[in-house]
Design a binder for this molecule. Structure first.
Ligand code: Z5A
Length: 227
């Protein structure tokens, strides 16, 4: 059964939030849970997920596009997303998979939006990149910026901060507020989870949200009931 009448049979769940919120950790937990029920799962991330998008990721996170300004960075994030959607996400959904993406469109709205890129431009880019694909559920992992950054720093060891991690704390806090504003504006799509809790507690809250909002059928058929 197609959740959106677009011929697709799978489910797209996106994970959003600040650095070190636990997105990768929780995608892994949810994937294990779904796979344990016999469902096909595709784990992916943005920017990235395809060879072309991973190449763009390298440029963006190394700071190679910073000198061109935030609008140019938004164009590159959108180009990476278009490739990711066309070559990986849309085919996987058509194939009935659960696609779990570490960041997606909300990250552009938040990071490039709080950096001053016009909302009209961001929404136009989003429309072009998605071509009708949209998340069924977005899990926003909410955590004070200083806690998330400390977690990310402890994990990355001597790798040092990337293009965005090195921004001032106030920018990270502005991003946190922007994610929460999206959740308030789109409550049917978004669920906010307290990410300061231990990983097991967070995983349980995410599973409850998945069960409340999506019908998790075993085998090939996945139906989406909405919030
Ligand atoms: N960006 C953008 O500007 N525009 C866009 O459109 C898109 C992205 C798509 C990509 O970064 C950057 O690109 C991102 C936004 C920008 N900014 N930055 N930086 P990335 O992909 O390299 O990294 P990230 O998305 O920010 O995630 P992360 O830092 O890798 O963190 P995470 O995946 O949310 O967390 P984690 O790796 O699961 O956990 C971090 C550590 O905390 C790790 O040691 C865990 O073991 C630990 N952890 C996890 N959960 C817990 C709990 N519950 N308690 C205690 N410790 C925990």
């Amino acid at each position: 059964m197609s959740p959106h009448g677009t011929g697709r049979r799978g489910v797209l769940v996106t994970f959003e939030g600040g650095e070190g919120a636990g997105k990768s950790t929780q995608i892994s937990r949810l994937a294990d849970h779904l796979e344990g029920r016999g469902l096909r799962v595709v784990r992916t991330r943005e920017p990235g997920g395809t060879p072309g998008a991973e190449a763009i990721r390298h440029v963006l996170l190394a700071g190679g596009a910073r000198r061109f300004g935030s609008a140019a960075e938004a164009l590159l994030f959108a180009a990476a997303r278009a490739d990711h959607v066309d070559r990986l996400i849309r085919p996987a959904l058509a194939n009935g998979a659960w696609v779990l993406s570490d960041r997606f469109t909300d990250s552009t709205r938040v990071y490039q939006g709080t950096a001053g890129v016009a909302r009209d431009l961001l929404m136009a880019l989003e429309q072009v990149a998605l071509g009708g694909v949209a998340p069924d559920l977005t899990v926003i992992l909410d955590i004070p910026a200083d806690i998330g950054l400390a977690r990310a720093a402890a994990r990355s060891g001597d790798g040092g901060p990337d293009r965005f991690e090195g921004d001032p704390l106030a920018e990270h806090e502005a991003r946190r507020k922007a994610f929460l504003a999206i959740a308030r504006a789109e409550p049917a799509r978004c669920v906010v989870i307290d990410a300061t809790a231990d990983a097991d507690t967070v995983a349980a809250a995410i599973w409850t949200a998945v069960e409340n909002r999506l019908t998790v059928a075993t085998g090939d058929t996945v139906t989406v009931t909405g919030a």
